[in-house]
Design a protein around this ligand. Structure first.
Ligand SMILES: [Zn+2]
Length: 149
Protein backbone atom coordinates (compact mmCIF):
# COMPACT_ATOMS: atom_id res chain seq x y z
CA UNK A 1 0.00 0.00 0.00
CA UNK A 2 2.20 2.81 -1.29
CA UNK A 3 1.83 6.32 0.01
CA UNK A 4 0.21 8.34 -2.79
CA UNK A 5 2.26 11.35 -1.77
CA UNK A 6 5.84 10.08 -1.50
CA UNK A 7 5.56 6.47 -2.69
CA UNK A 8 6.92 4.97 0.53
CA UNK A 9 5.82 1.37 0.95
CA UNK A 10 5.12 1.23 4.69
CA UNK A 11 2.19 2.77 6.46
CA UNK A 12 0.32 2.20 9.66
CA UNK A 13 -3.42 1.81 10.00
CA UNK A 14 -4.91 4.53 12.18
CA UNK A 15 -8.56 3.58 11.74
CA UNK A 16 -10.55 0.88 10.03
CA UNK A 17 -14.25 0.35 9.67
CA UNK A 18 -16.61 -1.67 7.52
CA UNK A 19 -17.80 -0.01 4.32
CA UNK A 20 -19.99 -0.91 1.38
CA UNK A 21 -22.41 -2.77 3.66
CA UNK A 22 -19.60 -4.87 5.03
CA UNK A 23 -18.22 -5.95 1.65
CA UNK A 24 -15.06 -3.96 2.15
CA UNK A 25 -13.01 -2.35 4.86
CA UNK A 26 -12.13 1.31 4.78
CA UNK A 27 -8.76 2.01 6.33
CA UNK A 28 -7.17 5.29 7.20
CA UNK A 29 -3.43 4.92 6.89
CA UNK A 30 -0.53 7.10 7.83
CA UNK A 31 2.68 6.99 5.82
CA UNK A 32 5.65 6.09 8.03
CA UNK A 33 7.92 8.27 5.93
CA UNK A 34 6.10 11.57 5.40
CA UNK A 35 3.12 11.29 7.74
CA UNK A 36 0.63 11.75 4.91
CA UNK A 37 -2.77 10.24 5.68
CA UNK A 38 -4.69 8.40 3.00
CA UNK A 39 -7.64 6.06 2.70
CA UNK A 40 -7.72 2.58 1.24
CA UNK A 41 -10.57 0.22 0.63
CA UNK A 42 -9.93 -3.48 0.88
CA UNK A 43 -12.36 -5.85 -0.71
CA UNK A 44 -13.13 -8.65 1.69
CA UNK A 45 -12.93 -11.12 -1.18
CA UNK A 46 -9.17 -11.23 -0.96
CA UNK A 47 -8.50 -11.80 2.70
CA UNK A 48 -11.85 -11.65 4.31
CA UNK A 49 -12.14 -13.44 7.60
CA UNK A 50 -10.28 -14.79 10.52
CA UNK A 51 -11.21 -18.28 11.62
CA UNK A 52 -10.82 -18.89 15.32
CA UNK A 53 -10.40 -22.45 16.48
CA UNK A 54 -11.38 -24.21 19.66
CA UNK A 55 -7.79 -24.15 20.93
CA UNK A 56 -7.87 -20.32 20.60
CA UNK A 57 -5.51 -20.25 17.66
CA UNK A 58 -6.66 -18.52 14.53
CA UNK A 59 -5.96 -18.55 10.83
CA UNK A 60 -7.01 -16.58 7.77
CA UNK A 61 -10.08 -17.87 6.04
CA UNK A 62 -9.06 -19.80 2.96
CA UNK A 63 -11.61 -20.28 0.20
CA UNK A 64 -9.67 -23.14 -1.40
CA UNK A 65 -9.52 -25.01 1.86
CA UNK A 66 -13.27 -24.76 2.40
CA UNK A 67 -13.87 -25.72 -1.23
CA UNK A 68 -11.63 -28.78 -0.91
CA UNK A 69 -13.32 -29.82 2.33
CA UNK A 70 -16.70 -29.76 0.64
CA UNK A 71 -15.31 -31.41 -2.48
CA UNK A 72 -14.01 -34.33 -0.43
CA UNK A 73 -17.36 -34.66 1.31
CA UNK A 74 -19.05 -34.72 -2.11
CA UNK A 75 -16.76 -37.37 -3.61
CA UNK A 76 -18.65 -39.66 -5.98
CA UNK A 77 -21.87 -37.80 -5.33
CA UNK A 78 -23.82 -36.25 -8.19
CA UNK A 79 -22.57 -32.77 -7.32
CA UNK A 80 -20.69 -30.52 -9.70
CA UNK A 81 -17.79 -28.23 -8.77
CA UNK A 82 -20.07 -25.38 -9.85
CA UNK A 83 -22.56 -26.34 -7.14
CA UNK A 84 -19.78 -26.40 -4.58
CA UNK A 85 -18.57 -23.00 -5.76
CA UNK A 86 -22.09 -21.72 -5.32
CA UNK A 87 -22.21 -22.99 -1.74
CA UNK A 88 -18.91 -21.30 -0.96
CA UNK A 89 -20.20 -18.08 -2.56
CA UNK A 90 -23.31 -18.24 -0.39
CA UNK A 91 -21.28 -18.89 2.74
CA UNK A 92 -18.99 -15.95 1.97
CA UNK A 93 -22.00 -13.73 1.36
CA UNK A 94 -23.41 -14.69 4.75
CA UNK A 95 -20.08 -14.08 6.42
CA UNK A 96 -19.87 -10.65 4.82
CA UNK A 97 -23.28 -9.73 6.15
CA UNK A 98 -21.84 -10.08 9.65
CA UNK A 99 -20.35 -6.97 11.12
CA UNK A 100 -17.46 -8.85 12.68
CA UNK A 101 -14.93 -10.44 10.40
CA UNK A 102 -14.10 -13.21 12.78
CA UNK A 103 -15.88 -16.54 12.84
CA UNK A 104 -15.20 -19.69 14.82
CA UNK A 105 -14.39 -22.87 12.93
CA UNK A 106 -17.50 -24.38 14.51
CA UNK A 107 -19.74 -21.61 13.15
CA UNK A 108 -18.18 -22.01 9.73
CA UNK A 109 -18.70 -25.78 9.89
CA UNK A 110 -22.33 -25.37 10.95
CA UNK A 111 -22.94 -22.86 8.20
CA UNK A 112 -21.46 -25.22 5.63
CA UNK A 113 -23.58 -28.06 6.96
CA UNK A 114 -26.76 -26.04 6.63
CA UNK A 115 -26.07 -25.77 2.89
CA UNK A 116 -25.01 -29.39 2.48
CA UNK A 117 -28.18 -30.50 4.27
CA UNK A 118 -30.20 -29.05 1.41
CA UNK A 119 -27.92 -30.52 -1.21
CA UNK A 120 -26.96 -34.08 -0.41
CA UNK A 121 -27.41 -36.35 2.60
CA UNK A 122 -24.24 -38.33 2.15
CA UNK A 123 -22.10 -35.23 1.67
CA UNK A 124 -23.72 -33.75 4.77
CA UNK A 125 -22.86 -36.77 6.91
CA UNK A 126 -19.30 -36.96 5.61
CA UNK A 127 -18.70 -33.28 6.25
CA UNK A 128 -20.34 -33.47 9.64
CA UNK A 129 -18.27 -36.44 10.72
CA UNK A 130 -15.10 -34.50 10.00
CA UNK A 131 -16.03 -31.02 11.18
CA UNK A 132 -18.40 -31.64 14.01
CA UNK A 133 -16.18 -34.28 15.52
CA UNK A 134 -19.14 -36.02 17.06
CA UNK A 135 -18.69 -36.56 20.76
CA UNK A 136 -21.27 -39.28 21.13
CA UNK A 137 -23.80 -41.33 19.27
CA UNK A 138 -26.69 -39.05 20.28
CA UNK A 139 -25.17 -36.14 18.47
CA UNK A 140 -24.69 -38.27 15.42
CA UNK A 141 -28.28 -39.50 15.44
CA UNK A 142 -29.50 -35.95 16.01
CA UNK A 143 -27.68 -35.00 12.85
CA UNK A 144 -29.28 -37.89 11.00
CA UNK A 145 -32.72 -36.87 12.22
CA UNK A 146 -32.10 -33.31 11.17
CA UNK A 147 -31.42 -34.29 7.57
CA UNK A 148 -34.40 -36.62 7.37
CA UNK A 149 -36.85 -33.86 8.26
ZN1 LIG B 1 4.49 9.32 2.33
Amino acid sequence: MRCPSCGYIESKVVDSRPADEGASIRRRRECLECGNRFTTYERLGDNPFVITKSDNSSEAYNRDKLFRGILIACAKRPITPEQISEIVDNIERELRSNVKNEISSKELGDLTLSYLADLDEVAYIRFASVYKDFQNIEEFSDALTAINK
